[in-house]
Design a binder for this molecule. Sequence first.
Ligand SMILES: [Zn+2]
Ligand SMILES: [Zn+2]
Length: 381
Amino acid sequence: MMRFCVLGVFLFFLVPSLVSAGFYPNSSAVPPDLRRSATGNVWNSFLNFTGCHAGMKVDGLYKLKKYFQHFGYIPETLSGNFTDDFDDILKTAVEMYQRNFQLNVTGELDELTLNHVVIPRCGVADVVNGTSTMHSGRRAYEVSFTGRGSRFNAVKLYSFFPGEPRWPERRRDLTYAFEPRNALTEEVKSVFSRAFVRWAEVIPLTFTRSETFSTSDISIGFYSGEHGDGEPFDGEMGTLAHAFSPPNGHFHLDQNENWIVSGDGGDGRFLSETWAIDLESVAVHEIGHVLGLGHSSVQDSIMYPTITTGRRKVDLTSDDVEGVQYLYGANPNFNGSTSSPPSTQQRDTGDSGAAFRIDGSRSVLTKLLMSTVGLFFLYSL
Ligand SMILES: [Zn+2]
Ligand SMILES: [Zn+2]
């Protein structure tokens, strides 16, 4: 009941609007004035902190503390009195961040670490209530692969939301619908359909499109700025989308992005020359959250927090598959491999100069909502 009350308030404040975002069949269709020209990344100033370490005091360092706090590396309780001192709080945060992203754990703001920090990224926190949701070398889960045994040997780094919320057993056939006021084209809607199929191939869940937005299990909408859930979108780049843990089903995208909907760039320059985002890549990632997956430390996985410029990443890796099968079991038809090998399907133009935040920032309200949903699950199990 609590869950529905919270959702009621949540829905009341949603402010959908017509999509003003650009949808382009491919990157060459993006108008020239939208091509990469701007400096883009609001976090670039953090690069000035290269070489900083404990004991130093540097102007503006408090902003970096806010950044780390935003992603959970510094507890909310410590907000309000950030100084420019490189104190133990910041050192601890840097070390945890380095562990999550599999960097050398130096506790210092070395070049490699800051290059990671400034990459626009998913706003869903990596650390919740002091516990990292990204694990390097976490406990192993037993996952059975029908008929063949495990063919995957990768370290399991997938994660879940606190309490491991998932769609309950009685809800295996889920519906999804699109915010009607967005008036999306069939072409755009079909991108999401393809993204759902990628997950449905490996777990015994089905996803069926519904025309009834208000009653669908999963609701997909494009929104602009503050849209009622405490996760304001920030216009072009930065925050791209966010989704909530099950059984919430809300999946929001920033309507001010320039989205590529073709599913194929056609050449090696795909996305790398534009400030445009591959919609399906983001959709597959967010559906992972809708299903209950958190972020993974596996760089190639769908659930890694960032997606690098120039990259289209839509194929589940073994880490994604094992994570979601831990929650739901395997699709009886799943033969141990996804439809195409990630190594040949993932194109990377080699442009790692910038990446995009996939999810919205995770505010207090969202944390409240997520933890409420999580608690609901704990008590219902
Ligand atoms: Zn995410
Ligand atoms: Zn939202």
